[in-house]
Design a binder for this molecule. Sequence first.
Ligand code: PEP
Ligand code: MG
Length: 579
Amino acid sequence: MEIKRGIAVSPGVAIFPALVLDAEDYRIPVKNVPPDRIPAELQALDKAFEASLADLNALREATASQLGRDIAAIFDFHYGVLTQNHIRDQIANAIAQRNYSAAYAVRETLRTYQRRFMNMKDQLLRERYRDVRDIERRLLRHLVGSTGAELAELKEPAIVVAHDLTPSQSANLAQTQIRGLAMDGGGLTSHTAIVVRSMGIPAVMGLNDITAAVSNGDTVILDGTKGLVIIRPDHETLAEYHAEAQRIQAAAIELVELRDKPAVTQDGLAITLLSNIEFPYEAQTSIEKGAEGIGLYRTEFLYLRQEAEPTEEEHYAAYRQVIQAVGGRPVTIRTLDLGADKYTQAQARDPERNPFLGLRSIRFCLQNIDSFKVQLRAILRASAEGDVRVMFPLISSLMELRQAKMALGDAMEDLEEAGIPFRRDIPVGIMVETPAAATQIRELMREADFISIGTNDLIQYMLAVDRGNERVATLYTASHPSVLQMLRHIVRNAAQAERPCSLCGEMAGEPVYTLFLVGIGLRVFSMAPGDIPEIKKIIRSTTAAHAAKVARRALSFETDRQVSNYLRDETRKIAPESL
Ligand code: PEP
Ligand code: MG
């Protein structure tokens, strides 16, 4: 049994066999082969060794001519492994004696070596596991090639263990049998994290080397609440976790009973709880969880699921599906937020040096005005059929908002000319997710009908911490005093200007911040559908007066540690099981 600790990204417990996808997505098609295939597998192994050695020699030569022989010596270790008969014999034995396929035998043998290196005391030797992994990949590339579509082909429930998922892989997760996700990379607000949370799939990220520690088919316990991954658990641990999984299920049933009760504090303050969705089918789940509408519809997933851009009809069909599912409740459609960690195939082929500071979101739309207008026309058409609002992401200046509104005006003209109905006074809002927008909130609110605070981005830009980078994950926190002050500033100004203001970052669904947010005057929360019952429970367990007191005290601290300890203690007093 081996226990790994990472970032607890999506709560819950899952116990299933592992499906390991490494960074280059090799999946071993079969573990065992019939005896008569063994000679062919041995031959395939020889060919893979030869081809890998040829690759390596070419790489060594190219490196030597560009950087010199000394540098090219970094491949000596790889060369040694590939030419040493010992390792090749070990793999061949696994094929001949255990009926393993060549690919499976390569993975098993080299994973054992990787684990041995990882357990070494010497730092330099420990790092050698990466080289062995590289060799494994090289061999597998020749044995199985890259498949890419394999996640979709997952037929049995499994815990997916991956280095990282591409945006299109995460966009397609709903169609798979994935029951848990463990990743080397990723952070709390990375997009894969958002998707798995919205699907209620337990997940742990930022595990660094989980792909090397787990082999396909290993039993894995994934504890997304504590951020643990337990590999090949012993009987005792397994029994404990089966009991825990049952307890979680019972608690979830209890929360379901809250669905039809209002989110009102004990002294009568009503809070609106909306949901964040990525896919139309989630609109139905949102209502089942008690959402009063959709506060954030992230439409870029429509874009990431296919290589071609969605047509106006495809946008429109998706929006109609959401509108119909929510039956008259409000739907806030956010325009495309592509770029940074939600990139298209074309963007993936032409990466930016600083994608989070690059051509993302509204900037990308304003530079691709024709596709932007396709989406705007579809949103406008949908506005004739329900309570639709349009929201622009990542606004950082008035000019940007004005340009976006101009594009919306053009889309209106197009529809008018074609005689297609739409709502001319559709509410137009902005996301407040840059320090620039937060600081200039008064001016922006004069030209926007509503605002929604996107703390996922706001925090990363305020604290200069990449929201998806596991190496700096501990620095990424909503408890930072400057974040709390900024939130109060925004919420206060919105109240003074009488502009509707919601908060739709992941923070809205984190129980530890509920008292603070109610206390500073936030009245609309938008979160993953699965978080709604828990947050409602906290709201129903407190008073507005108490929340205001908690917020004032939270704002008096100087460090994030003090803030989070305090908020945790206060939350524990009223809802101990929420934490
Ligand atoms: C945010 O930044 O808080 C937000 C809700 O948008 P996204 O997570 O899609 O960037
Ligand atoms: Mg954002």
